[in-house]
Design a protein around this ligand. Sequence first.
Ligand code: IPD
Ligand code: CA
Ligand code: CA
Length: 275
Amino acid sequence: MEIDLREAQGVAERAARVAGELIREWIGRPAQTLEKSSPHDLVTEVDKACQEAIYRVLHEAFPDSTFLGEESVAPGPEAATRAAQEADQTLLWVVDPIDGTLNFIRGIPACTVSIGLVVEGRAVVGVIYDPMRDEIFSAYDGGEATCNGQPMKVSPEPDLSSAILASGFPTGAYRGKNAQQIMRFGHHVRNVRALGSAAIHLAYVAAGRLDGFWENDLNAWDLCAGAVLVQVAGGKVTDADNAPYDLFTRHIAATNGRIHEALLRDLDLDTPLSP
Ligand code: IPD
Ligand code: CA
Ligand code: CA
């Protein structure tokens, strides 16, 4: 399918900014909060309003595209996987209207809009917008990765031991494993951050602020845009078994490339840590 990726990127940026205005308006005081798949997994009326606003902008510009947005999918990993499998990947927008809902609810300024575009099965455009810092991270396959229009690239850090990594506390069954990995790396690398938004972590790897990010059991909408950003910025994105990233990847590892192998090796809890 012939599509102008630069145009698609511009439309995604516009949509992200429209949702970002709602986030700025409602952060810290959302109207209604509901529990989703677990007590760790919450959603608000504003998540839904953001998704609708994003959908309107994208659909107006690309009426033939399809849309995979978190708020249209039933809670839980099975439903998320099924939705990704069933989505027509010819021209597919993959959207997390607010990544970092818990931060949003509590007024912690680390919540982002994440919009990825898949064309014929390949993630090719990624836009992540942080409305609280007014930072837009943006890239398309074959173009340049930018933050607020300025070129960005992954960090040059060569050693895992001096790296700053990020991870999270996923909402489902992998929370314990992830916490164990965080403990392990806590002793072993320069430091570990958990900012509460997978998308912000991926954007920061792309911008060279972090050297790597991993997390188990994330959904397509958490990862699609950020995976494009990291790859176009010169980094590497795989699953925990080193298979290349695709729409079905759930256990993500995204790095500057140089520490990738070491990170994957040390994520394996059954293997002694490398020196
Ligand atoms: C969550 C965030 C968080 C990650 C969770 C995700 P949400 O997304 O990305 O950083 O640890 O696993 O579910 O629910 O705020 O869109
Ligand atoms: Ca999310
Ligand atoms: Ca979300």
